[in-house]
Every structure is written in structure tokens, then in C-alpha cells.
Design a protein around this ligand. Structure first.
Ligand SMILES: NC(=O)C1=CN([C@@H]2O[C@H](COP(=O)(O)OP(=O)(O)OC[C@H]3O[C@@H](n4cnc5c(N)ncnc54)[C@H](OP(=O)(O)O)[C@@H]3O)[C@@H](O)[C@H]2O)C=CC1
Ligand SMILES: CC(C)(CO)C(=O)C(=O)O
Length: 302
């Protein structure tokens, strides 16, 4: 099965690297600067005692030689439109697409470009970042990929995709509830992003501050109220455990991007959530404030 990974960053490099190391037929669609780094150092996964290096097969936009069987989309939301244009020749009538992006809005963009049947749902559970050298660094012992049809009937070739992705060094799951899984992750990511991103601290810092726990509870209540009213009720227990632990050093990737001065996915994670809340009549004052604050940051850092 020919697999194209669009983007060889923190998530695409990690899962694509695992698949390539396990002998799958993987090609990465990259841009010129990333290609230079990967040609020079190889694709390297480090952290938590690991040091895996693979020599990746790379392709640049304009060099794609025809459709792939499976396309894994691992760019940030802000880069999605350009990536869709670049990956266009890789998608044929039988291609399936699994996106790793957080949020839900990317689904609409992919469906508009490639059609309902091509686009599966996907949830990437991993905590990785890119080091200054360009290596993929694991930050936590988290590595799993879930995917599934967003509507019935599921494409027949999904079973082959599941077989191809499984047994490559990370747990996989063929989900029958992928829309709900994606919404649940969105609620968690937004809550984690707001809890650590608005006060700019670790969970431990936030809950130690007077009013901190009340703030966390308000964020969780708003995020999970939206998913429930949208038709995908999710259990906030995990979010509560992760985001209220005294002394916890947990932060979200959004927080890490903020403190590093990087671009953030404010519209995909927060803008879209607040817009949906308004449409559904759910009051989310803390998320509104978070969105405004992060939009000001993003406006300054673009
Ligand atoms: N990091 C994490 O732990 C997790 C992230 N996610 C989600 O996954 C998504 C991807 O995030 P992440 O992997 O961290 O992001 P990264 O920024 O680390 O990686 C994205 C990669 O996409 C590349 N890229 C962008 N546009 C194109 C293009 N047109 N063609 C080829 N390559 C392109 C970038 O390359 P270049 O070097 O050229 O800019 C970059 O290497 C986000 O939505 C994020 O929220 C989900 C779970 C965990
Ligand atoms: C919470 C985590 C690490 C889970 O995948 C994540 O996706 C993020 O922080 O953006």
C-alpha cells in the first residue's frame, strides 16, 4: 500500500517514521527546507530514551507521480489550504485520507476538496515537538492513532488500511465512533489550551493560584457543554484528572507554542468552537476571552 504523509513534522514525522521503520511503503510530502534537514540528518525520533533514525523517501509539491492508497495529513490548520493544493495529485478515486489535525474544521476543507467518501476521521494521540535540529522529540509516553469512517457505510478498503497501519510500533484503533472521538479530543485540547494558555502556566501553577481551580472547572464546563449540545456528549473525567492535579507539570502544545513565540491554531481550536457555541446557544464567556487573547497574540506573531 502506497502511503503519503503530508508534512514530516511532530505528528507526521512520528507516525510516518514509525511506519517507515516497520517497512511500510511511506513517502513524505515536504517543503524544500524540511527536505534539506531530512536529507542531512535522516528522520530522527528521540526522547524518552529513544533514538530511531530512518532514511525517509521524500517528494516535493509538483513531483507527485500519481495517486496514493492512503494519505495521512499532518500539517497545522494554518497550513491546510496550501497543503490541500500540494497534495491534490496524490488523491485518486480509491485514495483514503486520515487527518491528524485537532478540531473539526479541517474535515470540511478536506471534504470540499476530495469528497465525502475519501475523508476518514482521525485522532492522533501523541506529544511530540520538533527540536532546533529538526528531530522529532517525544515529550510523553503517548503514541496511538485512531481512525474510522465518519458516516456509514464505511469504505470497503478501510479494513486494508487498518491492517497496514497496525503492528508498526504504535497502537491503532478502528473506531466506529470517530466523530465523537474527534469532538471529545477537541473539547480536551481546547480545555488544556485555555487552562495553560490563558494564565500561561503549567496545570500545577494554575491550580496553586487562588481561583485557579474555579477557572479550570469553568473552562471544562464550557468545553464539554458545547460537545454535548453539538450531539457528542463526552465524559469530562479525564480532562478533570489531567487539569486539576496539584503540582502537575502538564502543559498543552498550544501553551508550548505560545511560550516559544510560534504560530498557534487559534481559529481551528478556539474560534471555531466559540462560533459553534454561539450557533448552538451555549454561553462560553471564558472561551470567548481566551479566543480574544489568543487572537491578539496570533495577530502580533504572524
Ligand atoms: N504535536 C503534537 O503533539 C500533536 C499535534 N496534533 C495536531 O496535529 C496537527 C499537526 O501538528 P504538528 O505535527 O505538531 O505540527 P508541526 O508544525 O510539527 O508539523 C507540521 C509539518 O507540516 C509541514 N507542512 C506545512 N505545510 C506543508 C505543505 N504544504 N507541504 C508539505 N509539508 C507541509 C511543515 O513543514 P515546514 O517545515 O516546511 O514548515 C511541518 O513540518 C495540528 O493540528 C496539531 O494540533 C495532534 C496531536 C498531538
Ligand atoms: C494533549 C495532546 C498532547 C494529546 O495528543 C495534544 O494533542 C496537544 O497538547 O495538542
Amino acid at each position: 500500500m502506497r502511503i503519503l504523509v503530508v508534512g514530516a513534522g511532530a505528528t507526521g514525522g512520528f507516525f510516518g517514521g514509525r511506519l517507515a521503520a516497520a517497512g511500510r511503503d511511506v513517502t513524505f510530502l515536504v517543503r524544500a527546507a524540511r527536505a534539506r534537514t531530512l536529507h542531512g540528518r535522516g528522520l530522527r525520533i528521540t526522547g524518552l530514551g529513544e533514538d530511531t533514525v530512518v532514511t525517509p523517501r521524500l517528494v516535493l509539491a509538483g513531483e507527485i507521480d500519481g495517486p496514493y492508497d492512503l494519505v495521512l495529513v499532518s500539517v497545522k490548520a494554518t497550513a491546510l489550504d496550501a497543503a490541500i493544493a500540494d497534495m491534490y495529485p496524490a488523491v485518486g478515486p480509491d485514495t483514503l485520507i486520515i487527518p491528524f489535525l485537532n478540531g473539526m474544521r479541517h474535515i470540511d476543507a478536506l471534504v470540499a476538496a476530495f469528497g465525502e467518501d475519501a475523508v476518514l476521521g482521525g485522532v492522533a494521540k501523541v506529544a511530540t515537538s520538533i527540536s532546533p535540529d529538526g528531530d522529532i522529540v517525544r515529550l510523553a509516553d503517548l503514541q496511538s492513532l485512531e481512525y474510522g469512517a465518519r458516516r456509514e457505510p464505511a469504505p470497503a478498503r478501510l479494513a486494508d488500511v487498518h491492517k497496514e497501519l497496525s503492528g508498526a510500533g504504535f497502537p491503532t484503533g478502528l473506531s466506529k465512533t470517530i466523530n465523537a472521538d474527534m469532538w471529545a479530543k477537541w473539547a480536551f485540547i481546547a480545555a488544556a489550551g485555555a487552562v495553560t494558555g490563558l494564565p500561561r502556566g503549567t496545570v500545577g501553577d494554575v491550580v496553586a493560584a487562588p481561583g485557579g481551580i474555579d477557572f479550570v472547572e469553568a473552562v471544562i464546563a464550557e468545553c464539554f457543554a458545547i460537545t454535548a449540545v453539538a450531539g457528542y456528549p463526552a465524559d469530562p473525567a479525564f480532562a478533570r484528572t489531567m487539569l486539576t492535579q496539584a503540582g502537575s507539570s502538564f502543559t498543552s502544545s498550544l501553551y508550548r507554542d505560545l511560550v516559544d513565540g510560534n504560530s498557534i491554531e487559534v481559529e481551528a481550536i478556539f474560534g471555531d468552537l466559540v462560533e459553534r457555541a454561539r450557533g448552538l446557544g451555549v454561553s462560553v464567556p471564558v472561551l470567548e476571552m481566551t479566543t480574544l487573547t489568543l487572537r491578539v497574540y496570533q495577530g502580533r506573531h504572524l
